[in-house]
Design a protein. Sequence first.
Length: 113
Amino acid sequence: MDPSTQVGADTQHTGGPQVAREIVKVTVAYLPAPAPFRHVFSDETAIATVRTDALMFFGVQDHQDRDKHDFFLEFEGRRLTNLAETLGQLLGPHRREAHFNLIEEITKGLTDK
């Protein structure tokens, strides 16, 4: 394993060998933003963490006004719904980079007439 692709060692002593974690270079694009979110995560990072960090970077959040605004991550053309899945599970053992799109889904609210 190349030392440039390791993120620290497992600090919890389990009696077995310590395992170095792989890093994943993540890019998240959000259409209105002038620049993407770029960050390096451990392969054990949950998709929920990537989503939360990207939302904070872009200064957006799920909210409801007259309409409902929900943000989700898209990867290779599909909406990610399992936010507990890790980057390692999503990408497999050999991929060390991932590009996501942050998509805003707007659900039209009910109007009183």
